[in-house]
Design a binder for this molecule. Structure first.
Ligand code: PMT
Length: 421
């Protein structure tokens, strides 16, 4: 990747390009959403809205205590579905609700989960509709405990949570911060992004479980003076999408990221670097323990030979910048590879895409090269979508225009094939 990036793609019109297939998500998933009596119940309303926006099918069950904090009407309006709460509802739909609700769902999410509800579930009680429905459920159960820190750390609650983990329920650790009771500590509802990733992982094949994967992402910055640098337009989205999807599929993921403006993917170890040399040194140190390394970063091929200690003055005589080559991280890995390590590179191309991709596959000794067009208005740098061709020594597969997450999933499908003897 040349320093300063490729040509801006804005000149091309996207009018003739096909619509991108939707990102893999929670669309169509049936979520039985339990809400219990905590001040954090108002956050659950926002989550129900997020799920509905994503076209998940949400059915809310509220405990009596939850109704002290927020009304059924809110959840009914946000989910578009009847809200359940009565164990002994006499209408035909309500009588067997404790059995039918979980039969008609793909997973149970309880948020917020109070100490009271956690205790009920840990002891197999079925004295309200939510606990009875969970007892009758043969589907994954996810809990988001939210309560005062002392209640959370009380041995009784800790034992109850341990018991629920033993049963196989997923307990998402509460976040720390200031709590509604005025104290500071653990007990807050987690971020929605983490909960969403947990749900997506439940529905994903765990075909990367046990694999240790390192992914590079984003641009590098090569400093000229304290305020200026050479870089390129990589946003990091492709590498971050690879990290999120690999994590969902069970991998242990480390992301070595250049300067990007993206939130850390939940459950992924993120190591931040700035320059190509820092990225190379970090990758070299971490490579030892990896099964798969993916180079999605747009590493600057060159850096200024010197970085001025002081800001270069425009009145000064600088009219050219002397450059020197940066290390090629993927090529170094390819030269020194140990048996069993799978190497995936990207090729950012503006012309002769496949020919150039194949050259990089061979020259860098890679197993797979993902070729993307950097001149398309919806492919390559700094856009949400990509259209790539997957090249191996044996074959080529052209993918359609997809979101970067969907592209990442298709890349992992191919990696799983290559990694399976
Ligand atoms: O970040 P986004 O905005 O989402 O954009 C995604 C992307 C276009 C940056 C990404 O999909 C991509 O193509 N990344 C590789 C860009 C690139 O540097 O391509 P290249 O053809 O110059 O390099 C080939 C391979 O060698 C890449 O795997 C690259 O990471 C690696 N490389 C390159 C140079 C270098 N000095 N060291 C390297 O390891």
């Amino acid at each position: 990747m040349a320093a300063q990036g490729g040509r801006n793609s804005a000149g091309r019109t996207g009018a003739t390009e096909p619509a991108a297939a939707p990102a893999p998500g929670l669309q169509g998933r049936r979520i039985l959403f339990g809400v219990t009596g905590s001040i954090a119940a108002f956050k659950a309303a926002g989550w129900v809205r997020c799920l509905a926006n994503e076209e998940a099918r949400v059915t809310v069950v509220m405990t009596r205590a939850a109704e002290q904090f927020i009304s059924r009407l809110t959840f009914g309006a946000l989910s578009g579905n009847r809200v359940h709460g009565d164990m002994f509802a006499s209408d035909p739909e309500g009588i067997m609700a404790h059995i039918t609700l979980s039969r008609e769902a793909d997973c149970v999410l309880i948020a917020p989960a109070t100490a009271q509800t956690i205790a009920r579930l840990a002891h197999g009680l079925a004295d309200d509709l939510l606990s009875a429905a969970v007892l009758a459920a043969d589907i994954p159960v996810v809990l988001c405990p939210a309560m005062n820190t002392n209640m959370l750390h009380h041995p009784a609650t800790r034992d109850n949570l341990d018991r629920l983990r033993e049963i196989g329920y997923t307990v998402i650790a509460p976040a720390s911060g200031s709590l509604a009771c005025g104290e500071v500590g653990a007990g807050r509802m987690p971020e929605w992004d983490l909960v969403r990733e947990t749900l997506l992982a439940l529905f994903a094949d765990q075909d990367l479980a046990g694999r240790r994967i390192l992914i590079t992402a984003g641009p590098t910055r090569e400093p000229l003076d304290p305020v200026r640098y050479l870089s390129n337009r990589s946003s990091g989205r492709m590498g971050y999408a690879l990290a999120r999807t690999a994590r969902r599929r069970g991998a242990g993921v480390t992301l070595v990221a250049g300067p990007v403006n993206l939130p850390d993917p939940p459950g992924v170890r993120v190591v931040r670097v700035t320059t190509a040399v820092e990225m190379r040194d970090t990758v070299r140190t971490l490579a030892e323990g990896m099964d798969i390394i993916v180079g999605a970063a747009a590493v600057a091929d060159f850096r200024p030979r010197t970085c001025q200690e002081r800001k270069i003055k425009k009145r000064g005589a600088v009219t050219s910048i002397e450059l020197e080559r940066n290390p090629d991280i993927m090529a170094e890995l390819g030269r020194n590879r140990r048996p069993g390590l799978l190497l995936v590179g990207f090729a950012a191309e503006s012309h002769d895409h496949e020919q150039e991709g194949r050259r990089k596959l061979e020259e860098k000794n890679l197993d797979l090269v993902v070729v993307n067009d950097i001149l398309g208005s919806r492919t390559g740098f700094d856009v949400e979508t990509n259209q790539v061709t997957l090249l191996t020594a044996r074959d080529r597969r052209r993918l359609p225009l997809l979101s970067k997450e969907a592209t990442a999933d298709r890349i992992w499908d191919r990696v799983v094939e290559l990694a399976t003897p």
